[in-house]
Design a binder for this molecule. Structure first.
Ligand code: FMN
Length: 207
């Protein structure tokens, strides 16, 4: 039995391609693995808070030193980290916004990248990810074409950023399904979505 955390981050609902594709992934997965448990979080409709000064004070001090104010300030983050660590695998639906992730997804990352919970620093100042043995799939939706041969590829700060920050906490087994060219006309969108759907179907049997 595998625990999967499925997270969407588009503020759109029916019109969201990242939601539709991540939903397809999860439905296909459930069909083949009915015993697995899926937790769901919707950052697009229910964003998590940005970090603030009490949060920072709490995150960078030992829990046993926390005043009631600091304990409260870090509670949501603790719950999000618990949820994150309880999962074996992650399926993320992420639109590209301004060449990167939407701010709702960035706010989530800021909540779960936590010293002594998801990463540690040793006496020599080296960083170590504490999240081990997980797998992640990112399903991204982009209006333009950021594929390897596109002149826009240098503007893709989304995939490199997500690879870097998740590797930083220890999640290195990462796959990307990037649906490009979704806002470049009906033909491009149809082709891109059918390609993404086919990749999802293939991946389900190997993940
Ligand atoms: C605020 C905003 C910023 C966007 N920035 C980009 C961008 O930098 N590059 C791009 O290719 N598309 C961009 N888009 C288009 C979206 O990536 C595209 O519509 C995608 O399908 C959105 O995901 P969704 O369908 O799951 O909502 C942007 C859209 C919005 C609303």
């Amino acid at each position: 039995m595998v625990n999967i955390l499925h997270i969407d981050s588009s503020p759109r609902t029916e019109r969201s391609h990242s939601r539709e594709l991540s939903k397809q992934f999860i439905s296909a997965w459930k069909a083949g693995h009915p015993e697995d448990v899926i937790a769901y979080r919707d950052l697009g409709h229910h964003p998590v808070p940005h970090v603030d000064e009490p949060w920072i004070a709490a995150a960078f001090s030992p829990p046993e030193s926390h005043t009631p104010e600091l304990a409260e300030a870090i509670q949501i983050s603790d719950d999000l980290v618990d949820e994150f660590l309880a999962a074996d695998r992650y399926v993320f639906g992420v639109p590209m916004y301004n060449f990167n992730v939407p701010s709702t997804f960035k706010a989530y990352i800021d909540q779960i990248v936590r010293p002594n919970r998801t990463f540690a620093v040793d006496a020599q100042g080296s960083y170590k990810g504490l999240v081990e043995g997980k797998k992640a799939v990112f399903i991204t939706a982009r209006g333009g074409d950021f594929s390897a041969t596109s002149p826009l590829v240098a503007y893709d700060f989304q995939e490199p950023y997500l690879r870097a920050i998740f590797a930083f906490i220890g999640v290195t087994d990462i796959l990307f399904i990037n649906a490009n060219s979704l806002d470049e006309g009906d033909d491009s969108r149809t082709q891109s979505l059918s390609q993404a759907r086919a990749v999802i179907q293939d991946l389900i049997t190997q993940w």
